[in-house]
Design a protein around this ligand. Structure first.
Ligand code: ADP
Length: 241
């Protein structure tokens, strides 16, 4: 039928766009690696070792970027291919503390304080995937807020007539995000400031991975932000009985 055809066309276009964007993203670090390898090789032949340590450092940084990109792309493609959600009863205090432990050195280095509060103790979900959601949201906050600012992580429960939800809030008092960007933030490869994201080791895929995982659990993600005030990401997970 017509609508099925349109649907297939749309999927094809999305796939094409993804491959185009991905190739573009991969090309930047590759070009840099190629250039610095050539220069290093010329220097080496000329017996000029002075700049080699610097060049190797740049090459290594770009190899890491390639690694992050490929890892994030694989994660996203796997999530999009239909998710295997392995639900268990997650101990939220433990999950949150384990995640904070992983990111703590980054935060301390930047003078950022992280507070957390678990008003819900357990939650049936995929622990690895929910851990990734938490890690990506907290790492983003660490990357994009200014030194001395704060991050709050909060797990809470909301009881509604329609049913209950477990809510995860990750908020900060950082620079905030202006209105025009908010609705595109979860798109693949979308960044507000490409240069800054790259310097921070970003791939532009973190939030789309987060969104896929939340939706894979039947949930929804929202972002609220005010320029100069801070940003809050709110994930809502329905609880099925
Ligand atoms: P990236 O790899 O660039 O971090 P993401 O998909 O994780 O990609 O995030 C997309 C963009 O959203 C980032 O480039 C950044 O500009 C913005 N962003 C994400 N979290 C925050 C935050 N807590 N404060 C300000 N900007 C943020």
């Amino acid at each position: 039928s017509q609508s099925r055809y349109t649907e297939i066309k749309k999927m094809e276009n999305l796939r094409k766009e993804f491959v185009e964007n991905a190739s573009h993203e991969l090309r930047t670090p590759l070009t840099s690696i190629k250039g610095y390898l050539e220069t290093s090789s010329d220097d080496l032949s000329a017996g000029n070792l002075q700049h080699l340590p610097k060049f190797l450092e740049i090459i290594s940084k770009n190899v890491n970027r390639l690694q992050f990109l490929v890892d994030d792309m694989m994660t996203l493609v796997t999530l999009e291919g239909g998710q295997n959600i392995n639900k268990e009863e997650i101990n939220l205090i433990k999950l949150t503390e384990d995640t904070l432990e992983k990111v703590m050195s980054l935060a301390v280095e930047k003078g950022i304080r992280i507070q957390y509060k678990c008003e819900v103790k357990t939650f049936w979900a995929d622990p690895i995937k929910i851990g990734q959601v938490l890690t990506n949201l907290i790492e983003n906050a660490i990357k994009y807020i200014q030194p001395g600012k704060e991050i709050q992580v909060r797990w809470l429960m909301s009881h509604r007539e329609k049913g209950s939800e477990v809510i995860l809030q990750v908020s900060d008092n950082g620079p905030g995000i202006s209105e025009e960007h908010l609705h595109r933030l979860f798109e693949r490869f979308y960044r507000i400031d490409k240069g800054r994201s790259r310097d921070a080791g970003g791939t532009g895929l973190g939030l789309s991975i987060v969104k896929h995982i939340v939706q894979g659990h039947g949930g929804q993600i929202q972002v609220e932000s005010q320029l100069g005030e801070g940003t809050a990401f709110v994930c809502r997970f329905p609880i099925y009985r």
